[in-house]
Design a protein around this ligand. Sequence first.
Ligand code: F6P
Length: 341
Amino acid sequence: MRIGVLTGGGDCPGLNAVIRAIVRKGAGVHGHEFLGYRDGWRGPLEGDGGPLGVPEVRGILPRGGTILGSSRTNPMSGDGPKRVAENLEAAEVDGLIAIGGEDTLGAASRLHSEHGIPIVGVPKTIDNDLGATDYTFGFDTAVNIAMEAIDRLHTTADSHHRVLIVEVMGRHAGWIAFHAGLAGGANVILIPEQAFDIEKVCELVGRRFASRFAPIVVVAEGAEPVGGVPARDEAPADAFGHVRLGGIGHWLEGEIERRTGKEARATVLGHVQRGGTPTAFDRVLATRFGLHAIEAAHAGRWGTMVALRGIEIELVSLAEATAQLKTVPKELYQEAEVFFG
Ligand code: F6P
């Protein structure tokens, strides 16, 4: 078989580990050939790909980013699906393995169900917000990076008697904020799933100062106060209609300072959370996803996605996997509240 591979959406630690596993097993065990498409869906849309063999994937396991490049190109606009189908046929590609998050796999699901394009999906995102899989790879690395930042900020907060706010990514899901905040001993964790009361946040800040320690507030980029969104940093929407989030950390800085009289400073972790080498957990998960994805393609199980269920890797339908976002349940969030303040 000749199989196309692409990585779409935000880059994520572990992408190279998936590519390596697909090629090592696909070429080494089954004798398949691979075409590495460049920059996500832009590759098959424009017929931009190159050979991807065992020599190309040697040494990439610990490397962050993606050797194939990525983009947020949406293949569903205009005559995109037709162009993808024609380019796959011209390159004699029997099927695609698409590694991506909500948007990349949402497009994969529609290209398969509406246009009959043979695709297997692999779930990646630091946001961990894809349904049908217990974890996506990249999340563990992002959480560890954010946790280390929180550990470091505790010492500065205590030394200067300041409120330090850490804004983390995650889009409309609070997984990174929740896990990093719990692991890092944050005194307040604010997530998009639970609108927060700024008065209550200030009360928790005051309680922490009363203990002679200074507070760390972890806020997800998508979190909002009760009653509405404060002014966010202005940015255009991407090809999938997502506006760029960010700015809530600095908004909190001003509000907390004004209401408590304590100095408050925000650190926005941004892309630091997506960069660099993956943790062992993410390397193993990404590798296992790659091994199972190539098996699914080999068996012609198109329209499916590999998913982690407990310790097993299972195949689920792409449609099911992309039907709804996985967000932080209220009961889970409440478990962390005992540490607030
Ligand atoms: O989906 C991963 C993610 O890092 C989100 O957490 C974040 O909102 C978004 O991508 C940022 O995307 P970009 O790097 O394109 O601005």
